[in-house]
Design a protein around this ligand. Structure first.
Ligand code: FAD
Ligand code: SIN
Length: 534
């Protein structure tokens, strides 16, 4: 049976962004946090390197601001950058208060070990060994389980937002969401005064990715269908070093390995980064990923190698215990052998446009974390600025919601999800086939190096898929796979269209047809009412 649930605050997503916002509000408000899978299955729990913040007195806020701007190829919004960098210490203090076990270093004035990653001019990455994400999310989940006013609900897949516009009512407010309960198969209605999209990124749109299966851009697609603008979706970041091994599904080799002296080499042992950038292995990610892609294509090789063996077994084992063990399980001893690596889709720099409080174009609807576009990352995210953004904007949105709270009753009549026109599908193969086809052509045509011709090919294919998927969606009963595929196809379409609009190469968007960077840096902003996809 379908059910109705009413909360003060509905948070869709239980990663770093959703948890930090939920914990701030649960003292005064009744909060639900939904996750479409297990609570700890998002990208946050996979984060390795750490969180960027100016903590050391030898570093300065201005350095972090400058590094973020440079890494973002001068497209980042200076106000968003300054705000985030200034709030960073407060966020780290809050995490320490929540009892996140960051790696300590009694010899450092901060008391913590700070590591380095590409694009950073100083050591400023606070971390918990090489499993920072898991340490953060497990701690925040523990705190959330202790909170009285907070319900953590797993296996609940949000399908679409409910707005008064969609119900034909006056105004422009988000009222709630329809959510598939995977344990019962029913679609329930959630109503709340504030609805937050904290659904992570969309890197699953590419065949090879460091991301978990759930990174299917659901929040971006839901916000688009509800009428929100999105920005800069052409900038999907490819992490330079994912493990290349047939049994290693999307395992990242942290940039902190390069920060601690790891060298990139070819199969014959030759270093190559000196041909691409004077910052060598610690150049921003877009440059390193493109260099690797270039070398692999030039030599016809399947991968390049990352070598940290010169730091010795004790160093490698104590600094990178997770990576060391995972590689050893696959027969690679990183204390003696180079690690085979390839670039893979890693992070969605664009997203749902928000202001400094996480507010979207629709009243009552917020977006935070990887789903959001705050302007922080520009054309290429600086390493370890993403978790930081989750906490800073999670806190900002919580503050905004609390300080604008109104006690009025929720009184909209929301119709139940209508299943009267659909039947059970007898052709689920269409879903798996389309899923595979989509991710493959996105990798081939909308990847690290683009051309107009490749983008046009991708556009024709995605249009066909979108119409097939929408027909399927209208006729058959909903499932988690169908929800994700529908969202992935829409997000792919948005990425392709955004890439076609950018007639220059900048940061992560590199096209052979327009290899130069224009003097004027502009965001690519798409508005749903100008398009007929949904
Ligand atoms: P996520 O953590 O991805 O959480 C998304 C949540 O939304 C999940 O709970 C999911 O179940 C839920 N959800 C999604 N769709 C729906 C739906 N339709 N209905 C209900 N629930 C839904 N960044 C750094 O700053 N430092 C690092 O060291 C770092 N390392 C990384 C390593 C890896 C391997 C990866 C993949 C990323 C890394 N990143 C790192 C990036 C960073 O981890 C992510 O950008 C960040 O964690 C995103 O957090 P989030 O809360 O926005 O989303
Ligand atoms: C890494 O550890 O290399 C990931 C860091 C990030 O994505 O910011």
């Amino acid at each position: 049976m379908q059910q109705d649930f009413t909360y003060d605050v509905l948070i869709i997503g239980s990663g770093a962004a959703g948890l930090s916002l939920g914990l701030q509000l649960a003292t005064n408000r009744r909060v639900a946090i939904l996750s479409k899978g297990e609570l700890n299955a998002g990208a946050s729990a996979k984060a390795q390197g750490g969180i960027a913040a100016v903590l050391d007195h030898k570093d300065q806020l201005q350095n972090h601001i400058q590094d973020t701007l440079i890494s973002g190829a001068n497209l980042g919004n200076p106000e968003a950058i300054q705000f985030t960098v200034e709030q960073a210490k407060k966020s780290i203090d809050w995490l320490i208060e929540q009892r996140v076990p960051f790696t300590q270093d009694p010899n450092d004035a901060t008391g913590y070990h700070l590591t380095k990653e590409g694009g950073h001019s100083h050591r400023r990455i606070i971390h918990a060994e090489d499993r920072t994400g898991l340490a953060v999310t497990s701690t925040l989940l523990e705190r959330a389980q202790e909170a009285e006013n907070l319900d953590l609900l797993s296996h609940q897949v949000a399908i679409d937002l409910i707005t008064d516009t969609k119900l034909g009512l006056p105004g422009s407010r988000c009222l709630g969401a329809y959510v598939l309960d995977q344990t019962t198969g029913h679609v329930n209605t959630y109503q709340a005064k504030a609805i937050i999209l904290a659904t992570g990124g969309a890197s699953k749109v590419y065949l090879y990715t460091s991301n978990p299966d759930g990174s299917s851009g659901d929040g971006i697609a839901m916000a688009w269908r509800a009428g929100c603008r999105v920005a800069n979706m052409e900038f999907n970041q490819f992490h330079p070093t994912c493990l290349y091994h047939p049994q290693a599904k999307s395992f990242l080799i942290s940039e902190a390995i390069r920060g601690e002296g790891g060298k990139l080499i070819l199969a014959n042992g030759e270093a190559f980064m000196q041909h691409f950038d004077e910052r060598l292995e610690l150049a921003p990610r877009d440059i390193v990923a493109r260099a690797i892609d270039h070398e692999m294509k030039r030599l016809g090789d399947d991968c390049v190698y990352l070598d940290i063996s010169h730091r010795g077994r004790e160093f490698v084992q104590s600094h990178f215990p997770t990576i060391y063990q995972r590689c050893l399980d696959l027969g690679i001893d990183i204390a003696t052998d180079p690690i085979p690596v390839v670039p893979a889709a890693h992070y969605t720099c664009g997203g749902v446009i928000t202001d400094q409080n996480g507010m979207t174009d629709i009243n009552g609807l917020y977006a935070i974390g990887e789903t959001a576009f705050t302007g922080l990352h520009g054309a290429n995210r600086l390493a370890s600025n993403s978790l930081l953004e989750c906490f800073v904007y999670g806190h900002a949105a919580a503050h905004h919601i609390e300080s604008h709270w109104q006690e009025a009753e929720l009184d909209a009549h929301i119709p139940d999800w209508d299943e009267s026109q659909v039947t059970n599908s007898d052709e689920d193969v269409i879903i798996s086939h389309n899923w595979d086809e989509l991710r493959r052509f996105m990798w081939d045509y909308v990847g690290i190096v683009r051309t107009d011709k490749r983008l046009t090919r991708a556009q024709h294919r995605v249009e066909l898929l979108l119409s097939e998927i929408n027909e399927f969606y209208s006729n058959y009963r909903i499932s988690a796979d169908l929800i994700e595929l529908r969202n992935l196809a829409l997000v792919a379409s948005i990425i392709i269209h955004s890439a076609q609009k950018r007639k220059e190469s900048r940061g992560l968007h590199y096209t052979l047809d327009y290899p130069n960077t224009q003097t004027l840096a502009r965001n690519t902003i798409l508005t749903p009412s100008n398009f007929d996809w949904n």
